[in-house]
Design a protein around this ligand. Structure first.
Ligand SMILES: NC(=O)c1ccc[n+]([C@@H]2O[C@H](COP(=O)([O-])OP(=O)(O)OC[C@H]3O[C@@H](n4cnc5c(N)ncnc54)[C@H](OP(=O)(O)O)[C@@H]3O)[C@@H](O)[C@H]2O)c1
Length: 300
């Protein structure tokens, strides 16, 4: 996200909790890096000073509602006029927001922001295309050349993070978005079989979709060391996605901001090498670093 601001030469201040992890941000042009913890308002004074608009993002695995609501309150106290909430939407027709912890949490944070009295805007991307890269819980296994996802023939409409970042920069640099919600998906509703077809074509290597049972997938994940809270959320997600075979394609936001929708085939070609790279987890002592952190996985 910060990279997109730098690419467009738009000055931005990035709040980071861990300066070591954020070292690469220092090398980007026009990026000011400020240290702070969204859960500790007393650390946010420098980060919030003089800020006109905030793009609110934090990890979904770490006390997201408490983190973001604490931050909203701190921003209000510091006199920030407008917050753009980086939220989430499911592309399934009739998806029940309450049935899935993450969508419920985003909805609750949106409500907290709306009730705060600040100007607000919600940016709601669907599943990211990046979740299919190796090294994520729902990504391909490059050693087996398999995508092991238990959602049957359901279709999803993943969006490229790059498209979302372009819209986010536009929301932060243009006016007239107060009180509006922008939902966005990718340009196609794809089955997992169609996803692997595109990955196979882009990499010149045959991948296949393996429809294992949800319980087998969850057992595999637990054996690979995924913590129980993450397993619980995956269980909810698979159950809800298996119930919803149809998926919306929503491109109004792309059109509004003049962003060309990245197709999955294009995304797969751009990341062909990454799809073949063996980033699969290893629990071997002294083995490579696990692709997820202590809280679970980066992406769904
Ligand atoms: N995955 C998807 O398909 C998808 C789709 C739509 C929307 N989303 C949403 O996108 C958002 C970002 O997800 P992600 O997986 O990219 O997040 P992430 O990489 O896990 O976390 C984003 C950043 O939040 C920072 N952070 C967390 N707690 C903080 C705190 N207390 N103070 C300061 N910084 C803090 C993290 O800092 P550290 O580097 O120090 O850990 C990290 O740099 C989530 O809200 C998610 O629900 C995801």
């Amino acid at each position: 996200m910060v990279q997109e601001f730098a690419r467009q030469n738009v000055p931005v201040r990035a709040l980071v909790r861990n300066p070591d992890k954020a070292r690469k941000l220092h090398r980007l042009p026009r990026v000011e890096v400020v240290e702070g913890d969204m859960l500790r308002p007393e650390t946010l004074t420098a980060a919030l000073r003089g800020v006109e608009r905030v793009l609110l993002i934090s990890s979904e695995r770490e006390r997201m509602p408490e983190t973001q609501c604490t931050f909203i309150d701190a921003a209000k106290a510091a006199g920030v006029p407008h917050i753009v909430k980086y939220s989430s939407r499911e592309s399934g027709v009739g998806f029940d927001i309450d049935s899935f912890t993450r969508t419920r949490e985003h909805r609750d944070i949106e409500r907290h922001l709306e009730a705060s009295g600040l100007a607000w805007t919600h940016l709601r991307p669907s599943q990211f295309m990046e979740v299919y890269l190796p090294g994520t819980l729902t990504g391909v296994d490059p050693r087996r050349r398999e995508l092991r996802i238990p959602i049957g023939d359901s279709r999803l409409s993943p969006v490229a993070i790059e498209d979302v970042a372009k819209v986010a920069v536009a929301l932060m640099t243009s006016d007239g978005h107060e009180g509006r919600a922008y939902d966005m998906t990718g340009p196609e509703a794809l089955t997992m079989k169609e996803v692997v077809e595109r990955i196979s074509e882009a990499t010149g290597t045959a991948f296949r979709h393996v429809e294992l049972s949800p319980e087998d997938k969850l057992r595999e994940s637990a054996e690979a060391g995924i913590p129980e809270p993450t397993i619980r959320i995956l269980r909810e997600l698979f159950a809800e996605r298996r119930r919803r075979p149809e998926s919306h394609v929503l491109l109004d936001t792309h059109r509004t901001f003049g962003v060309r929708p990245t197709s999955f085939a294009e995304f797969a070609r751009r990341h062909a090498e990454a799809f073949l790279a063996d980033a699969a987890p290893t629990s071997a002592p002294g083995g490579r670093e696990a692709p997820w952190d202590a809280h679970g996985n980066r992406w769904w």
